[in-house]
Design a protein around this ligand. Structure first.
Ligand SMILES: [Zn+2]
Ligand SMILES: [Zn+2]
Length: 285
């Protein structure tokens, strides 16, 4: 990572499905010259999963992030955040159960894309086999119906909850590595994406460029795709580079590549949270 990069605000510790303590991430970020570090544990959901935060970890997560902030004061600024799921009627970045705890920032993410009142045992960003099984069980194999529902939920979340950051905007493509399910230049796909982006432009939320799919080689692609970032730039949507780190050493994974991509579509700065509030900081050259 080039010097002067800024920060990372998408970080998972062992309190949810990541590895390492907040202090391990703080040391990694400091060693790489970062100025800001945000933690974004997966929220507690009212049903069990193997990746969200169990209720019993919530308090220790919040306490340990605050302790790391105090312990590293003067070396790095640390922020306490959450990656909140959007599931209509069940979970939202503005659900009192989440919002009222108080956070420095909130990432809003859609992982569950069942039809209204549907099956929440399945997420769009699981393994290839899980994705395929869910697509057939829940949508009868109709990938267009699933994808359109996914982007409708992203749009709804942006409008209702206005999260600070939209997590991995097009993660529904995770298992579409070789256009196995759809092509991104199909008119229906572009229309679904653009209408969600328009909702995000109205919400004022930041669209992150999330490097996790390349760093962990789960999709081989950044979220979102380059053409979507170009459209986002055209709509004046702010951006930021985030790692979705699940290990301390991945805290700046592929950041230089992501910054070059952002510059290529016309961005010259990224939005960062600092002790003085949100600021636009130049992307490194
Ligand atoms: Zn996520
Ligand atoms: Zn995440």
């Amino acid at each position: 990572m080039k010097p002067g990069f800024g920060g990372n605000y998408h970080t998972h510790t062992h309190h949810c499905d990541g590895n390492g303590e907040p202090q391990d991430y703080a040391e990694s970020a400091i060693s790489k010259g970062m100025k800001w570090l945000g933690f974004s544990g997966h929220n507690v959901l009212p049903f069990p999963t193997d990746w969200t935060m169990p209720e019993k970890n919530l308090e220790s997560y919040r306490r340990e992030v605050r302790e790391a902030a105090a312990r590293n004061a003067g070396r790095i600024e640390i922020f306490l955040g959450i990656e909140a799921d959007y599931i209509p009627g069940v979970s939202s970045p503005v659900h009192p159960r989440i919002r009222d705890l108080g956070w420095d920032f909130i990432i809003g993410s859609v992982h569950f894309a069942a039809p209204a009142g549907g099956d929440h045992s399945w997420t769009v960003d699981g393994s290839g086999d899980e994705f395929d099984a869910g697509l057939h069980r829940v949508y009868g194999g109709d990938v267009r119906a699933l994808v359109e529902r996914y982007y409708a939920l992203v749009a709804e979340m942006a409008a209702e909850a206005k999260p600070d950051i939209i997590g991995h905007f097009d993660v529904v493509k995770k298992n579409n590595r070789n256009a196995d399910y759809f092509r991104e230049d199909e008119p229906w796909y572009r229309a679904a994406v653009l209408s969600a982006l328009e909702a995000v432009a109205r919400s004022g939320s930041v669209v992150e460029i999330n490097t996790g799919g390349i760093v962990r080689n789960t999709s081989g692609a950044f979220y979102p795709s380059e053409w979507i970032l170009r459209e986002a730039r055209g709509m004046g949507i702010p951006t930021m580079v985030n790692a979705d780190a699940h290990r301390p050493q991945d805290i700046d994974g592929c950041f230089d590549q992501a910054a070059a991509l952002l510059r290529g579509v016309g961005y010259s700065s990224q939005r960062q949270l600092t002790s003085a509030g949100w600021m636009d900081v130049p992307l490194p050259e």
